[in-house]
Design a protein around this ligand. Structure first.
Ligand code: SAT
Ligand code: MN
Length: 590
């Protein structure tokens, strides 16, 4: 049977606004050729082969890692660059103290200077993509123009990219414009600019994940958070996970943690043998778009179609699902290599690195073999715990929202907010030790409200008000929790085993939501009493559970003072309701 006629339309003829924009960019950047991305498997295979020929990709051991490749980035281009990431709104106040700001006209001018003629010997790829299931009213579209075939391969895995997305764009002509060039990969000539008022992104000088895969942090968080505010929903840095209890009930949680704090592991959690009957389903591992539903509940979709996960530490013990998932059809970035071309990273129990992440003979004196922020890119469908509801057009209903940080002290293992408004303060109070996912010092505590500090496309003051407004609209809002898997004893040892055992804490939340279990009131929120958590089969040091749930009033007074100072930076944009919540806790602490 012949294909329907519209399928035959050449891509450049499908949508005039896109074609016109591509023309403008062609004149500016002067590419040698233009490649419109169809999104077929044959096309991905051909692109991959081309990169293997040009040595930009290495084919990995076909027996152990079939269909897998390795990419090495420039050594100075291995993480997001927050200090070079800007929100360009007409008024600086709208970007807020949480963002670097540049005047939009000035930013465009600067970027035009960088983009002028930058693609001369290169191909310009046009990637139409859809964030979210193709048939979902909650999805949004974009087009990324890039001179990086590595970006194309990643976007083909991470988004629904190609003809189907362009057909959707052609229907309403609405899309986020993302222009990207690796430039010369010069850190001195590197900028990631966002223009929320124009729904556009301009990124120059980096080929790394969050700087270059524009569908991800740039679109699905920074621009989408702005869109979400004007349209009445939330774009959040959250994983989405479904938990099926031994009784057969499934509930979905959306959880916010800063980058590299275990979101992917939690999204793919393996229940421990001592908790039989539980099943875990992954809907998303990094980003959630949350919409108030007609039924008064909050519904979530994962705008992404793949995972861009941290490799080091992944093994059969820490995350068996991920370990199995990345054994085929996976694109690795900046891992080490063994003598027989297998990828290698710190945390693997076997194998020996021969080449480090830069392709040099491995020398432990030069640091880890794999870069600490080395990544895997893989289709979500390869995940053994992939949820069959990931493609549901209306999303999945959210029972609880969870905020978490990496804190040696202060935050207990878990606590429950009294209500939505208190929960918004809990989210706004999030702080965490920094990780290798962003350039800069690792291990210092910084404020990271809702884990969105690097990703909110507008003033946090307005954002918290928007959270309050969305909650006020929900007849059945999710309960809100805070967790800390990373609390340590005075000797520096972790008090909680983490990984699969985290299910015990999540199970307590679900029991709370169903009214099946108690809690103790405290100044900061509700805590599980020792008898409320299922610790069957868990070998905890004596007194560990008590230490994990201890609230030290003196430390908390200091934390609240720090919080008050932080919130104060938002001046008149700070919702009074948050200050009132803070005051309540201060009074309770005495
Ligand atoms: O570089 S990304 O932003 O895509 C990954 C992360 O930091 O979460
Ligand atoms: Mn992330």
């Amino acid at each position: 049977m012949a294909a329907p006629a519209h399928k035959m339309t050449p891509l450049p003829e499908l949508c005039r606004p896109v074609a016109e924009w591509v023309n403008t960019v062609r004149e500016l950047t002067q590419p040698r050729a233009i490649h419109w991305v169809e999104g077929t498997e044959a096309e991905a295979r051909e692109l991959t082969a081309q990169l293997v020929r040009s040595k930009e990709l290495t084919v990995l051991n076909g027996e152990q890692f079939p269909g897998c490749h390795l990419a090495r980035s420039a050594p100075n281009d291995v993480a997001r660059v927050e200090h070079l990431t800007y929100i360009c709104t007409r008024s600086q106040e709208d970007a807020g103290p949480n963002n670097h700001w540049m005047d939009p006209q000035q930013a465009h001018e600067r970027m035009r200077g960088l983009f002028r003629g930058c693609m001369r010997e290169r191909t310009l790829y046009v990637i139409p993509y859809c964030m979210g299931p193709l048939d979902s009213p909650l999805s949004r579209r974009g087009v990324e123009l890039t001179d990086s075939p590595y970006v194309v391969l990643n976007m083909l895995i991470m988004t629904r990219a190609g003809r189907a997305a362009l057909e959707l764009i052609a229907r309403d002509g609405r899309f986020v414009k993302g222009l990207h060039s690796i430039g010369e990969l010069d850190p001195e000539r590197r900028f990631i600019m966002h223009f929320p008022e124009e729904l556009s992104i301009e990124s120059f000088g980096s080929g790394y994940g969050g700087n270059a895969l524009l569908g991800k942090k740039c679109h699905a968080l920074r621009i989408a958070s702005w869109q979400a505010r004007t349209e009445g929903w939330l774009a959040e840095h959250m994983l989405i996970v479904g938990l099926q209890s031994p009784q057969g009930e499934t509930h979905y949680l959306a959880c916010a943690f800063p980058s590299s704090c275990g979101k992917t592991n939690l999204a793919m959690l393996i229940p421990p043998d001592s908790l039989p009957g539980w099943r875990v389903f992954t809907v998303g591992d990094d980003i959630a778009w949350l919409h108030p539903g007609a039924d008064g509940r909050l519904w979530a979709i994962n705008p992404e179609a793949g995972y861009f996960g941290v490799v080091p530490g992944t093994n059969a013990q820490t995350n068996r699902n991920a370990y199995e998932m990345i054994r085929r059809d996976t694109l690795f970035t900046n891992v080490a290599l063994t003598g027989d071309n297998q990828p290698w990273w710190e945390g693997l129990p076997a194998g020996k690195p021969v080449l480090d992440w830069q392709g040099r003979p491995y020398d432990p004196a030069r640091g880890p073999a794999a870069h600490p922020n080395s990544r895997f890119t893989v289709s979500a469908k390869r995940n053994p715990s992939y949820s069959p509801h990931s493609e549901d057009a209306r999303g999945v209903p959210i029972t609880a929202l969870v905020f978490g940080g990496r804190r040696r002290e202060v935050a207990p293992l878990v606590y429950e907010a009294r209500d939505w408004q208190h929960g918004v303060l809990v989210g706004a109070s999030l702080a965490s030790e920094t990780t290798a996912a962003a350039v800069g010092q690792v291990g210092v505590v910084r404020r990271d409200p809702m884990a969105m500090q690097p990703f909110c496309g507008y003033n946090f003051g307005d954002y918290w008000q928007h959270w309050l407004d969305v909650g006020a609209q929900l007849a059945h809002p999710p309960r809100i929790y805070h967790v800390n898997w990373f609390r340590r004893d005075p000797g520096g040892a972790f008090l909680w085993p983490g990984f699969g055992e985290n299910l015990r804490v999540l199970a307590w939340m679900l029991d709370r939501c169903a009214g099946r279990v108690g809690a103790a009131e405290s100044a900061i929120g509700r805590l599980p009493r020792p008898q409320d958590l299922n610790t069957n089969g868990l070998a905890l040091a004596s007194g560990a559970l008590e230490s994990l749930c201890a609230i030290d009033a003196a430390i908390w007074r200091k934390e609240l003072a720090d919080m008050r100072e932080y919130l104060g930076r938002y001046g008149s944009r700070l919702p009074a309701a948050l200050l009132a919540e803070l005051k309540t806790i201060e009074q309770r602490l005495g």
